[in-house]
Design a protein around this ligand. Structure first.
Ligand code: NAD
Length: 430
């Protein structure tokens, strides 16, 4: 597409030919542009973040030396509401990665129609090398540095890789100290005693289960007796596996960082969850055979749930997947090449941007509860979560049918239209 007059060429880190995560995102936007109708006029707005902040995070280490870390907070799109997205502490974090993650948050939030834009943050650090007090100082200084753009009405961080409820508590406290009032709504994923929400821990897995059941219903698959394979048996995979088993499905294979296990008759999921709790992984679980990590991908099953890391389903293993349906619990578990292989094979892929949106949906509930200082029961939260996930999935399903496109492209169509419609209605300032 020709660059509209007056637009400067994209800087190198926005170059679509440099195919990092941001390049993949730009390709995804290009793929949906033909479906945006008159809103395509505004599509450039999705191809650059609204705001990207790079901060220096200096801290004094326990041994008295001074260390500097690079931190980021990117607000990709704020047309529909404040920014929302997690904070990642990892040694490989880059600005380009945070930009892509912030854009995928825009898509996810618009797909489930929660009133947020997309944002993401991170620090380039290996937190496992820090002591607890160093980690606290790092978190607090980072929060202060990004404090100029975050806030309950501006941009609301949450946990992501290597960040947790304790880190959210430190972020909330630091922000509150700086503004002179307790502002619980500045972050979500907090401890329940500090304005966190019931049901948040299980929310993502519950969302995966909900859309999985809807996809099964629409394709004529019965959950009772369906064979499920799960990669990653942590928060997302463990909860999804538990809920599928409770609904009568057979969890026949599970893989995590300790290995892969298999039982064609169905694993005893509560016992497996207890084993993981005790030992840290599925390895060594009695009542299952050990299987090779690569063999796992070819296991006989009806539903495959990747819920561990990105880029797990690749062109090397996608052809061997026997499942009729892949439900992406993890972010970005399927490479674009593998996505094409699965689509060609007729495997239904329920993409991350809708399948794992249960987490941010309950984060939204947490923020609403913090604003109103009125807290809901877990049953209320779960019922509202299920309703939002079902409605969002039905909308995406319909768009996929109407346009004869994959659910991933359909989710992007729904989300991009919502964002660009908001952009158009707001108009350009000045
Ligand atoms: P977690 O840390 O609770 O669990 C991660 C699981 O992945 C563990 O079982 C671990 O053993 C497994 N794993 C790690 N390395 C592996 C490897 N090399 N091979 C196989 N398995 C491996 O994390 P989580 O919160 O369940 O998150 C899992 C995925 O879901 C991530 O991609 C995350 O970004 C995504 N996600 C999480 C949430 C949430 O609310 N927790 C929301 C949206 C998306």
């Amino acid at each position: 597409m020709a660059t509209p007059a007056g637009n400067h060429p994209l800087p190198s880190y926005l170059d679509p030919n440099h195919l990092g995560p941001w390049g993949v995102y730009l390709q995804q936007v290009d793929r949906v542009t033909p479906y945006l109708g008159s809103l395509a006029r505004w599509v450039e707005t999705l191809k650059r973040p609204k705001r990207a902040l790079i901060v220096d995070v200096p801290i004094e280490m326990d041994n008295g030396t001074i260390a500097h870390f690079e931190g980021y907070r990117v607000q990709h799109n704020l047309s529909r509401g404040p920014g929302k997205g997690g904070v990642r502490f990892h040694q490989d974090v880059t600005l380009s990665e945070v930009m892509a993650l912030s854009a995928w948050m825009s898509i996810k939030n618009a797909a489930v129609n929660v009133p947020y834009g997309g944002a993401k943050g991170g620090i380039r650090v290996d937190p496992k090398k820090l002591t607890r007090s160093e980690l606290e100082r790092l978190t607090r200084r980072y929060t202060s540095e990004i404090g100029i753009i975050i806030g309950p009405s501006n941009d609301i961080p949450a946990p992501d890789v290597n960040t947790n409820a304790q880190i959210m508590a430190w972020m909330m406290d630091t922000y509150s100290m700086n503004v002179g009032a307790t502002a619980t709504g500045v972050v979500t994923g907090k401890p329940v005693d500090l304005g966190g929400s019931l049901g948040r821990v299980e929310a993502t897995g519950r969302g995966v289960f909900t859309v999985g059941c809807e996809a099964a219903r629409l394709t004529g698959m019965t959950i009772a007796g369906a064979r499920v394979a799960v990669q990653g048996f942590g928060n997302v995979g463990g909860t999804a596996g538990k809920l599928f088993a409770e609904a009568g499905a057979k969890v026949v294979a599970v893989q995590d960082h300790t290995g892969s296990i298999h039982n064609a008759k169905g694993l005893d999921v509560p016992a497996l969850l207890a084993h993981v709790q005790q030992t840290g992984g599925v390895g060594g679980f009695a009542g299952a055979d050990v299987m090779g990590n690569d063999e796992f991908w070819g296991v006989a099953c009806d539903i495959m749930i990747p819920a561990a890391l990105e880029s797990q389903i690749t062109q090397d293993n996608a052809g061997r997947i026997q499942a009729k349906m892949v439900i992406e619990g993890a972010n970005g578990p399927t490479t674009p090449e593998a996505d094409d292989i699965l689509n060609d094979k007729g495997v239904l892929v329920v993409p991350d941007v809708i399948a794992n949106a249960g987490g941010v949906t309950v984060s939204y509930f947490e923020w609403v509860q913090d604003f109103s200082s009125f807290f809901w029961t877990e049953d209320e939260i779960n019922a509202r979560l299920v309703r939002i996930m079902k409605e969002a999935f039905a909308g995406v399903w319909q768009v996929a049918q109407e346009n004869k496109v994959s659910l991933r492209t359909a989710t992007f169509i729904v989300a991009c239209k919502r964002m660009l419609h908001a952009r158009e209605m707001r108009g350009l300032y000045p």
